[in-house]
Write a protein that binds this ligand. Structure first.
Ligand code: SF4
Ligand code: SF4
Length: 171
């Protein structure tokens, strides 16, 4: 079975991680709580099974993973089912395989929120520090650039349309 795929905000930048839902489920089933001294190392070790974590970013990863596991743990304890998101396909390819989504230039972005307001999908969100980020890149409609046109400081970037030629319709 394919591993789940999910974006986390790691120190202000989106990072796509494989197998996070499975890891959280495993830790929860083993009753690993937020105050457990081994939590940080177990999260990191689990994530590294399927993802590359740069040494210089370990602390940021651990902070983001701890926060995400905290949310997961509280939802599960509250009896809510936590379901990994399915992004569907585009021209027959899993949507997560198509690198089409906006990237925000932190240097240019004024945090006006116009991109979030115009997008009909929950692609953008505010992070805990009140900064806009691309929370769900794979909900972005492949080929669309609408938000780019409303970004006055030109802080949004997309791949060129020619990228899409690499994905011919699958029979
Ligand atoms: S529209 Fe542009 S400047 Fe405004 S929040 Fe979005 S990316 Fe930042
Ligand atoms: S390109 Fe279109 S679908 Fe994608 S984030 Fe911008 S407005 Fe939303």
């Amino acid at each position: 079975m394919a591993l789940s795929y999910r974006m986390l905000n790691i120190a202000g930048a989106p990072a796509g991680l494989l197998g996070l839902e499975e890891l959280f489920q495993e830790l929860f089933d083993q009753d690993i709580r937020l105050e457990d001294a081994s939590l940080d190392s177990r999260l990191l070790e689990g994530v590294r099974k399927h993802n590359y974590v740069p040494k210089s970013a370990i602390t940021h990863y651990q902070q983001a993973l701890r926060a995400a596991y905290g949310d997961y743990y509280r939802q599960k304890q509250g009896g809510k089912a936590v379901v990994a998101r399915a992004y569907g396909t585009w021209r027959g390819y899993p949507r997560e395989h198509i690198p089409w989504f906006p990237t925000i230039s932190e240097a240019l972005c004024t945090q006006c929120g116009a991109c979030k307001d115009v997008c009909a999908r929950p692609v953008f969100d505010w992070d805990e520090n009140g900064k806009i980020w691309v929370a769900e890149p794979f909900l972005c409609l492949v080929g669309c650039c609408f938000c780019k046109s409303v970004c006055e400081p030109k802080a949004l970037f997309f791949p060129g349309q020619e990228l899409l030629k690499n994905y011919p319709e699958k029979m």
